[in-house]
Design a protein around this ligand. Sequence first.
Ligand code: TMP
Length: 242
Amino acid sequence: MGQIFNLRRIFNPPPALAPVVFSPVTIKVPMAPPGLFITFEGMDGSGKTTQMHRLAARLRALGRTVLETAEPGGTPIGTKIRRILLDAANQELSPTTEVLLYFASRSQNVDEWIASALNRGEIVLADRFTDSSLVYQGCGRNLGVDTILELERIACRGLKPRLTLLVDIDAETSLARARARNLAQPHCETRMDDQSLEFHRKVYEAYHALAAREPGRVKLVDGRADVDAIERQVWSIVAAYV
Ligand code: TMP
C-alpha cells in the first residue's frame, strides 16, 4: 500500500511542491590553502609510516600543529573502506571497484579532515595519497593515468601535495619485508601484498617514472638506509618548507 502511494507521488507530484534543486557541493578546497600538505609514498614495507610519525613529532616539537592521516583509512568511514580493500578474502574485487573505493576513502578524508586542517593553516601529513592510485591502479592494474586524474578531479577537487617524499625500496625488498611482517603479525589485510612480484615491479617502475616527471614535488629518499639516517634525509628536504 505504502509503495503504491509513493509511486503515485513520484509520477504525479502535487503541483504545490517546489522543484528539487541540487545544491552545489559546499565544501571548498582552495587550490592553494594556507596550510602545508606533505605526503609519504613508497612500496609496502618501505618504512614510510615510521618516517611520517617521526616527522610529525619533530614538527610538533617546533610548535607546529600537525594532522597525521593515511590512505586508505584516516577517517572512521575511510577505515571501514580500508577493511574492504585490504581484506585477503575479497579476491573478486574488480579493478574498477578497487580504484573507486580508494578514491571514496580519499574524498571522505579531504572533506572531513584534510581540507579544513589546511584551511586552518596546519600541516597535514598523509601516508599515501593520489600518487598511490596512479602507480598501483593506473599502472599496476592498467587502468591508465587519465582515469586516475579524472577521479582525482572529482574526489580531491584540485588538492595536490606541495611535497611528496618517496621512500624508495625495490619490489623484491618490499615483498620480502611485507611477507615477513605478515608472518610475524598474522592479519587479514594482505590483499595487495598478495599480488605478484610482476605487479609490484610495475608499481616500482611507475613510482620512478613519477619522480622523474615531477622532480620539483616528488623527492626520493633511500629506504634501505637505517631509520635514523632516513629521518635525517627526510628532514634535510622538509626543513626548506616549514
Ligand atoms: P598501506 O599498507 O601503506 O597502508 O597501504 C595499503 C595498500 O593499498 C598498499 O598495498 C598500497 C595500496 N594502495 C593502492 O593500491 N592504491 C591507493 O590509492 C592507496 C592509497 C593504497
